[in-house]
Design a protein around this ligand. Structure first.
Ligand code: KIV
Length: 293
């Protein structure tokens, strides 16, 4: 391709758009997506050059400590979206529509998708579900809000479908997933998250649709990958999914720091001279009774 730039390359970091993700698929460039739930991690993800940030409803589990994503509400997610927006300017920002924010009616789905954009300052939304949600996807897309689908394991309805069971294990199930993906594309989705889909089925889907597929636990042939930030940095020791890779041990680092801090406070090693403030001008031992001669 000579000296032409790839969609994700430039001398300075550029704003990533929905169109850029599509172009990345066309050029065979992998798309990098990560979740984020606050200002500092969003700023770091931006500096690291990720293509997209998902403010996932996984926030409910990894930050709020719920057992599932079901209890998460719009009102909990919107301030999180705003914090992420303040931290990240380049990646495409996607808000994850929580359980019951889009299922009731297309009108309510559009209203809540609009809240993600207007109040949460997101640039796109994601809804869980395949062909059964195409009406919703169409309504959101028609309101000019870029929308992603999410098929395979869909945590908001996992209990309904027998738990977190890998999808696309046989030909029929793989064919259903392909149909779901095609239906979402036709409905106007700009991308699809594939969660815990067999590598073979994920590859079939990726080959069949012209929109990018972003895999999580769905093998190597998706157009991109997404992981929960806490899994990448090792900050959710309660559960470590087989498909994730921990690139750091943040929980260990935090624990070690807190152990040291606790010890030093208790033994009087912290604070030290460099951590204290002094009275102005008169620094003589007489003026400061705490200062040693
Ligand atoms: O909420 C989330 O983090 C997600 C990812 C698993 C894709 O939906």
């Amino acid at each position: 391709m000579g000296n032409r730039l790839k969609a994700s390359e430039s001398t300075e970091q550029r704003k990533v758009s929905v169109a850029a993700l599509k172009q990345m698929k066309a050029q065979g460039e992998k798309i990098v997506m990560v979740t984020s739930y606050d200002y500092p991690s969003a700023s770091i993800a931006d500096e690291a050059g990720v293509d997209s940030i998902l403010v996932g409803d996984s926030y409910g589990m990894v930050v709020l400590g719920y057992d599932t994503t079901i209890p998460v509400t719009m009102d909990e997610l919107l301030p999180v979206c705003r914090a992420v927006r303040r931290g990240a300017t380049h990646p495409l920002l996607v808000g994850d529509m929580p359980f019951m924010s889009f299922q009731v009616s297309p009108e309510e789905a559009v209203r809540n998708a609009g809240r993600f954009v207007k109040e949460g300052r997101m640039e796109a939304v994601k809804v869980e579900g395949g062909r059964e949600e195409t009406q919703i996807v169409t309504a959101i897309a028609r309101a000019d809000i870029p929308v992603m689908g999410h098929i395979g394991v869909t945590p908001q309805t996992a209990t309904l479908h027998g738990g977190y069971r890998i999808q696309g294990k046989d030909t029929d199930s793989a064919a259903r997933l392909v149909e779901d993906a095609l239906a979402l594309e036709k409905a106007g989705a700009f991308g699809i998250v594939l969660e815990m889909v067999t590598e073979e089925a994920a590859r079939m889907i990726t080959d069949k649709v012209s929109i990018p597929t972003i895999g999580i636990g769905s093998g190597r042939f998706c157009d991109g990958q997404v992981l929960v930030l806490h899994d990448i940095i090792g900050l959710y020791p309660k559960f470590k999914p087989k498909f994730a890779k921990a690139y750091a041990d943040a929980a260990g680092v935090i624990k070690e720091a807190l152990n040291k801090y606790t010890r030093e406070v208790r033994t009087g090693q912290f604070p030290q001279e460099q951590n204290v403030f002094r009275m102005e001008n008169d620094k003589s031992p007489k003026a400061n009774p705490l200062r040693k001669p």
